[in-house]
Design a protein around this ligand. Structure first.
Ligand code: ADP
Ligand code: ASP
Ligand code: MG
Length: 409
């Protein structure tokens, strides 16, 4: 009698080499032998995806997105076949598939495709035969049968989406840390593992730079109520459970600190201070499919003002071009760029009902003489832009100020 379906995702850090693949195989087989039906989603080995991108860049800096997806999807195909072999070697039946083979249908936006449908019939048939099913993460196929990928970290999305259609008991994200911590443990040595987080908080932490889960996968999990357990690939300890918000979560004001060093600040100088100008600037930028993050507009004293905003580093070149074009059209001045920035953010649902949190964050930075260049706030988060070289010190100062090493949820 089956105890139900468990989806386990193993990230690239858990399958860096053959030794690690063999350990993952053992872990998967143990879960199967404990009576669960197991569907495994696997990422490409270690830094394979980055290496594949580097290869493409040696040919051209702007490869066709379709061909990039053909290339990148091979990383996950390789690790899933190797894992299937390692499971066979342990005497358990397993079968590996690409995303397309298990009916993951996406739209046609290469490199960041959205899942539009999953036909899980094949997976269900294989599970019924008693097999462990392994699915290459991060990929699907469009209705035209072109291979697509789901954006960096996309194996998380494959896992959550399959957990949903298979009605799995749990979606386990097995990784190289023991769960989600109050800050990146590589930066803050005394960061503490969080036992429980709401989808909203995890979504914000991930969007603001905590790389442990892909934001889109949490959005999906939140929409369909898929329970997530982030845990270590190397032990059986309980990790972090991500679920719907419950009342008890509110007493912790700040649950975590995140750092993003991949943004850049663009300033359009001497922008005429007239109604409709901001709309014009940001409409033109949006037309180029650029996501703008923080925006500030200074007070004008002379009828002209500077408008600054941040974008992802990978979209900087497009943004500079679009900004120069629009600056010309509206009679603004130069466009300047600052890549030397980092965004440090705090997240917590308790912020909804506590005041003075922003002031404490600013004070933590002031105590370390860290200057704040931009600020943005929302109901459950506060972000500050600081100099890139001070980003990690800022995370440590804030972590300390809010006593996160000791707070317990
Ligand atoms: P995987 O290969 O399993 O997908 P990633 O490297 O993508 O793993 O994500 C795990 C890494 O995320 C950890 O090694 C850790 O350094 C980093 N990280 C950043 N912020 C956090 C956080 N708040 N909690 C846990 N890990 C974090
Ligand atoms: N291999 C892909 C990446 O590095 C997908 C993933 O690991 O989730 O982004
Ligand atoms: Mg990852």
């Amino acid at each position: 009698m089956s105890k139900g379906i468990v989806v386990q995702k193993y990230g690239g850090t858990s399958v860096t080499d053959i030794g690690r693949i063999k350990s993952v195989a053992k872990r998967v087989v143990n879960t199967r032998r404990a009576g669960y039906e197991v569907v495994v989603i696997v990422s490409a080995l270690g830094h394979t995806t980055d290496k594949l991108i580097d290869l493409a860049m040696k040919i051209t800096t702007s490869p066709p997105d379709r061909e990039l997806d053909m290339l990148l999807s091979t990383g996950e195909q390789m690790s899933s076949a190797l894992l299937a072999m390692a499971i066979h070697k342990l005497g358990q039946d397993a079968i590996s598939f690409t995303g397309a083979q298990v009916g993951i249908v996406t739209d046609g936006s290469f490199t960041k495709a959205r899942i539009i449908d999953i036909n899980a019939k094949r997976i269900e048939e294989e599970l019924k035969k008693g097999r462990i099913v392994i699915v290459a993460g991060f990929q699907g196929a469009s209705v035209n049968q072109d291979i697509t990928t789901l954006g960096r970290g996309g194996s998380n999305l494959t896992a959550v989406a399959l957990a949903k259609v298979l009605n799995a008991k749990m979606c386990e994200m097995c990784t190289d840390v023991e769960g989600v911590f109050t800050a990146d443990p590589r930066i803050v040595k005394n960061a503490r593992k969080i036992d429980k987080l709401s989808y909203e908080e995890m979504f914000e932490l991930a969007s603001l730079g905590a790389q442990v889960l892909q934001p889109r996968s949490i959005e999906f999990a939140m929409k369909f109520g898929v329970p997530i357990h982030v845990r270590s690939s190397f032990s059986n300890k309980l990790g972090t459970i991500i679920s719907k918000e419950v009342k008890a979560m509110e007493h912790i004001v700040v649950s975590g600190v995140a750092l993003n060093k991949n943004e850049a600040k663009v300033t359009i100088c001497d922008v005429p201070d007239k109604p409709g100008i901001a709309a014009k600037i940001f409409k033109d930028i949006a037309k180029e499919n650029i996501n703008v993050d923080m925006i500030i507009q200074n007070v004008s004293r002379t009828g002209a003002t500077d408008v600054s905003f941040t974008v992802m580093g990978s979209e900087l070149n497009k943004t500079i071009k679009a900004s120069k074009d629009v600056a010309g059209k509206i009679g603004a001045g130069d466009v300047t760029v600052d890549k030397d920035i980092a965004k440090v953010s705090i997240v917590g649902i308790g912020m909804k009902s506590h005041s003075g949190v922003a002031a404490d964050m600013f004070e933590a930075l002031a105590e370390k003489s860290i200057n704040i260049e931009m600020i943005s706030t929302s109901e459950i988060k506060i972000s500050c832009i600081v100099k890139k070289s001070l980003g990690e010190a800022a995370v440590r100062a804030i972590h300390e100020k809010f006593g996160l090493a000791k707070s317990k949820r």
